[in-house]
Design a protein around this ligand. Structure first.
Ligand SMILES: Nc1ncnc2c1ncn2[C@@H]1O[C@H](COP(=O)(O)OP(=O)(O)OP(=O)(O)O)[C@@H](O)[C@H]1O
Length: 233
């Protein structure tokens, strides 16, 4: 298994009068084409761990390697580039820019990465949106779409730079059951059909039951890391 992300005794402590341990001594390896759920009670550190794995936060101690690179030695600029090249994010709330069109929102991470021409960005963004069933909505603004459609735009944006790993924080948390199922199927297809790795923080037991690996946290620590046979649905 090629390791995409390797966490070695990661701990994240929030400095305060009484320091808060968000993530406690977590070691794990994430490989290619894995479909992973991070589960655990509210406040168990799921989002905090996702942010560390996604290079949105730095550990207090421990080593995090992404694509074999020790991230502790990287400055913020290098970290941002590694993030743009390797990782895509989907959050519970879509965080699309309201004043930009759907197409522009998906082009934004491509602009930041700076690898493509304007025409290439447009073609790629439109292609992703079409694949996600949003062909007729390219020029709309996010507030003209339903919640499920907005979340699909957020998935397209996460895929903008063709990342190896998509990290999702409660991706279905604000959706009705039909839209949740659609987003689940899209995430599953990213793994099955596009060979991506997906790591999703979720409270949704229906989703957690259908992934290939479940990492369960309690009080910031991994209490179980269970691989299951890939589900057919
Ligand atoms: N900036 C902060 N300041 C103080 N406490 C924080 C901060 N960020 C997180 N925490 C606390 O750290 C713990 C872990 O938070 P985190 O959001 O990672 O948990 P979670 O498992 O994702 O929770 P939830 O399921 O409710 O979203 C919680 O007790 C939270 O209240």
């Amino acid at each position: 298994m090629t390791a995409l992300i390797e966490a070695d005794h990661l701990t994240r402590i929030l400095p305060a009068t009484v320091p808060v341990t968000l993530v406690r001594d977590v070691s794990l390896t994430v490989g290619e084409q894995e479909f992973i759920a991070i589960t655990g009670p509210s406040g168990s550190g799921k989002s905090s761990l996702l942010y560390l794995l996604g290079l949105l936060d730095r550990p207090t101690s421990g080593i995090l390697r992404v694509a074999g690179r020790d991230t502790s030695s990287l400055n913020d600029h290098a970290l941002a580039h590694l993030r743009l090249d390797m990782l895509g994010f989907v959050f519970q709330f879509h965080f699309l820019l309201p004043e930009f069109s759907v197409l522009e929102n998906v082009k934004l991470p491509m602009r930041k990465a700076g690898h493509l021409s304007s025409g290439e960005m447009r073609t790629r963004a439109a292609g992703l949106l079409e694949e996600l069933g949003l062909a007729g909505h390219l020029d709309k603004r996010p507030d003209q779409l339903s919640g499920g459609q907005r979340q699909r735009v957020a998935v397209a944006r996460a895929l903008a730079n063709d990342p190896h790993v998509v990290l999702a924080d409660e991706p279905t948390g604000s959706l009705d059951s039909k839209s949740s199922e659609q987003v689940f199927q899209i995430l599953r297809d990213l793994v099955r059909k596009r060979g991506k790795t997906v790591i999703a923080v979720t409270h949704d037991m229906d989703i957690a039951a259908r992934v290939d690996r479940r990492i369960h946290l309690v009080d910031g620590a991994v209490v179980s890391d269970e691989r299951v046979a890939p589900a057919s649905v």
